[in-house]
Design a protein. Sequence first.
Length: 250
Amino acid sequence: MNAPIDVLGRAAAVLRALSTHEPDGATTSELARATGLARPTAHRLLSGLLGEGLVDRDPAGRWQLGPELYLLGTAAAARYDVTALAQPSVRRLADATGESAFFSVRRGDETVCLLREDGSFPIRSHVLHEGIRFPLGVASAGLAILAYLPDADVERYLSHAERTAAYGREHAPDALRGRIAETRRDGYAVNPGLIVEGSWGMGAAVFDARSEPVGALSLTGVEHRFAAHRRPQLGRLLLAEAHRLSAAVR
């Protein structure tokens, strides 16, 4: 029974990796590197997914998500899609701050960005885009969510997940514990350019009816737009919209 499960897990990993390359698509080699699979294995999985309509391939040979995924997603949207609820909050944040605003959801030990709305300030941060995934604790949305998980879940995650190789020593367990404490103190998370130098972010968690963090609203922009005197104002705006969205989700 292990082999079919392993194939399904690998195929799911390929689809998740491919989702971060939309809409331009990715090559077989890029997806193999992203998933840690051998290139022939990745190509074999992609060919099988192509036959089922779960992926597509353009004339240049780049893989893209397929039409069958759209149909499956449409069928599931009634139970899982919260983007319609989140869109007004994301737009209000972009309008009020001039920064790029986002809504991300938790999927296991990751966050997935679902919505982006750019504000009026002409210089953009391109760290986040729809479909991109980050581990919990990485980027402001993931830190905001991680900070409001139960302590036992936080410690389980910190003891098992490796983030420093990809994101630097500022994402080691002790460093994250410090930023979790700051997030709980302030109510919102701050990412001081830890993913891309000079690109800052702030996030606030969104909670479901069980008071569990299921997503986060966030803002990103260049460093001087997140100066110390402005962060409390941005934090208040984020918390107000996160509270409003949490009430709508419930």
